[in-house]
Design a protein around this ligand. Structure first.
Ligand SMILES: [Zn+2]
Length: 157
């Protein structure tokens, strides 16, 4: 995939997520409590699937693109040293840098050299969401329209 198209696609995912979050917030302000607004998760999941067809995930469904979007908050939470490979810093500060990373390293080599120590929280959170539990207080979670889990007790993670 061309870099421009990749960056644009990630930007659309982010935009849609912000819109969904804002809508959910507004609706809940009016009606109180947790109410789902329009559900975009089918299309969001399919876009992610298309990206993953081009940039395959690791065993267990671990995905660099999801990691960038949802754990690094589209690069906002990125700090040098969070992701390393072969003792080299992998810069995931922007979707453009993510594209550089995804396209620069041969995939077989990447699989072997990938260092996961900084990604443990991501794996754990992902696994707990799969089961439907809050990773902090183990309550059953609710889901936003973008498929993000929200703890009924307000845990932040
Ligand atoms: Zn919780």
């Amino acid at each position: 995939m061309e870099k421009e198209l990749f960056i644009e696609t990630i930007e659309v995912i982010e935009k849609q997520q912000k819109i969904d979050e804002a809508n959910t917030k507004h609706i809940n302000k009016v009606f109180g409590g947790f109410i789902e607004s329009y559900n975009n998760s089918l299309i969001n999941n399919q876009i992610m699937k298309l990206l993953q067809a081009e940039y395959p995930t690791y065993p267990g469904g671990i995905c660099d693109i999801e990691y960038f979007c949802f754990e690094l908050d589209f690069g906002r939470k990125y700090k040098d040293g969070m992701v390393t490979q072969d003792d080299e810093i992998v810069d995931l500060s922007t979707s453009g840098k993510l594209w550089d990373y995804l396209t620069s390293t041969p995939k077989s080599k990447k699989m072997i050299l990938l260092k996961i120590k900084y990604r443990t929280k991501y794996y754990y959170t992902k696994a707990m969401h799969f089961v439907g539990l809050c990773p902090k207080c183990f309550s059953w979670v609710n889901y936003t329209t973008t498929g993000r889990a929200i703890c009924p007790n307000g845990c932040k993670y």
